[in-house]
Structures are given as C-alpha cells and as structure tokens.
Design a protein around this ligand. Sequence first.
Ligand SMILES: *Cc1c(COP(=O)(O)O)cnc(C)c1O
Length: 371
Amino acid sequence: MIPLFRVAMSPEAPAMAAQVIGSGMIGQGAKVQEFERAIAGRIGRDEVVTVNSATAGLHLALHMVAREDADDGGEVLSTPLTMEATNWAIMANRLRVKWVDVDPATLNVDLDDLARKISPKTRAIMIVHFGGYPLDLDRLREILDQAEARFGVRPPVIEDCAHAWGATYRGAPIGSHGNLCVFSFQAIKHLTCGDGGALVLPSEELRRRAERLRWFGIDRTADRLRNPPDVTEWGFKFHMNDINASIGLANLAWAEEVVARHRANAAFYDRELAGVPGVELTERAADRQSSFWIYPMKVEDREGFMKRMDEAGIMVSNVHERNDLHTVMRPYASLLPGLDHVAPRVVCVPVGWWVTEEQRAHIADTVRRGW
Ligand SMILES: *Cc1c(COP(=O)(O)O)cnc(C)c1O
C-alpha cells in the first residue's frame, strides 16, 4: 500500500533527543528556546511561543482573545471542514459555534458567507488553510475592516495553520500575516516534534502573556530568589519540553525539502489529472502557494473511486469528516449548501515526500483509467 501519511523523522533526531534525555534537563529549557527562535526565523516574526500541541495552542489562543465575554451569547465563526481540534477549542472555551459555509473551489471558508455572518456577537473567527492552501487573507482583512466600521469592534482571527507549514500568501509565509496563528508539530505534519505546536502572536504584549499562560500563568523569566513571581492571571500546562524541541530542531533542517517534495508531487498531479473525467481539482491562485500537506480533489462516485484505489494499492481518504454533523454539534446545525455539495466528493491521494516518481505515475495512471 502506498501510504497517505508518513512520519518525516530526520536520521539525526534519535541522537539529538538522546542527548537531551541523558542530560538531566528534560523540561522546558534551552532547547525549547532554541526551537522557538528557529521557528520565528522561518516565519519571519519574533512573537512565537511553543506549546505541547496545536490543540492546546488553539485553546489558548481563543482563551486569550475571547474568553472573558463567554457568557453573553458570544459566538465564534468557524469552518466545519477541519480536524475537530479547531472547533473543540471553541467548546473548551464555552463559546457558541456559528458555522461558515465551505467554498467548494478551495475547501476553505466561503468568505462571502463569512461576511454575511459577522455580527456584534462575533467574538472571534477561526479559519483553516485546508490542506495547506492559504485562505485569501487580504480579502478577509477587508471584510474585517467593513465589520469594524459597521459595529465598532474587530473580531480577532485565529488561523489554524496545522496543514500549512511552508505555505505562502502574497510572498510571505503563512503565520506572518498579523493574526493569531497556530501550527502543529504532531507526528504526521510536515514538521514533527513527536507532538508539539506553536503560536504566533500579533504583538509582543500578547506573546509575553501567552508565554505566562502556557505555564500556569507563572513568569518563568522572573528572578525567583529576589523577586518571587506573582500570578495575576491563571494559566494552563501547555508548554513544550526540551525532548520534543530537540526532535523538532532535528527535523527543521529538512522540513523545507519535505515541503518541496510535497509540492513537486502536487504539480505532477495538477498536470496529469487536469481534465480527467469525474475529477475536479481544487483552486490554484497565482498569489499563494500551498504546502500540500494533503492533495484533496473532488471525484464523482467517491465510493467507487476509493474501492478502485484500494485494489491498486493506493491509500486514499477524505482525511477530515465534517464537524457539524457530530452529535455534540447539533445545537449549532445550520444550512451549509457549499459543504453539502462538496463534502461527499472530497478525497485525498498520497502526495508526500515518500511518494516516488514511479508511485505517483502509478497513482495518476490509475485515476486516469477510471473507476
Ligand atoms: C493536526 C491538526 C490539529 C491538531 O494538531 P495537534 O498538534 O495534534 O493538536 C488541528 N487542526 C488541524 C487542521 C490539524 O490538521
């Protein structure tokens, strides 16, 4: 079987992790700081705070910008087509979900629908760069400008960048466009720490607050002897440790090549699968570059397609189920015609760094022959 996911572990990682494990210092220390600086360098922003997962990062990001208003019917606009972690952050913060429809062309949120649904009750907006394909962030900013002019408040945006390490929008890395951005370094993401995540904050003040709140609200930089730190705001235990950071540092060196190989395989499919009957590819705009964590496409008779791929030794999947149909999300059910139209047709074929030229040719060939 050609797998849909594989762990991209550098051969250097075991030795680098072993060094930390044997050092007697395995908590949050120098390696976390070094990894954080390295991430900041790649994204081009200083305000980076690592955490132990993107799930924790999303929870913390929303807690920081929206929690205080939680009891007044405040709601968070979000996409139903994502890993559940995006939306469970809303539940964890006891806020209400308001679904935004999905654009069948990109599988990101439909920005027209988002513009219609912003209201004075909107406490925050969660967006996902699905599969690593960037949302139109300039258009989103215009929508927020208009909302601010109308309602006098500007809802904060949280970008779930879990799929989008290495993606760019208008020439700048995803994560650098001024919102609260959350990356995942979970096992099968482009860059892995085993488990881990990072927040990019829009200001130095928020960065310092996030740094405290990831560790009980305690300022670890304080001089404990001369000036024992007071806690002015309680926080979580969401910090990264040096073992995970050392694995991340080992993998960071070749993460760019990992992304480049995902992209090269995607470009091959773009050429080979264009115009194939029963297949519709997703949008490719000239002003952005996907990181192609996955290669989603839309197919007729998905069940038949999946059966044919399985027979040919190719693992395929829709990867994420729509979240709005889960029983726990029933209170937020709404009409989502774009998602209804596209969700039954979405399927992803293997695109990652492990897919060889022969394998990708076999995959394209199998699709072209029909099902
Ligand atoms: C993987 C993923 C997450 C969760 O990341 P963790 O680091 O495992 O918590 C969140 N959102 C999306 C879109 C993901 O793919």
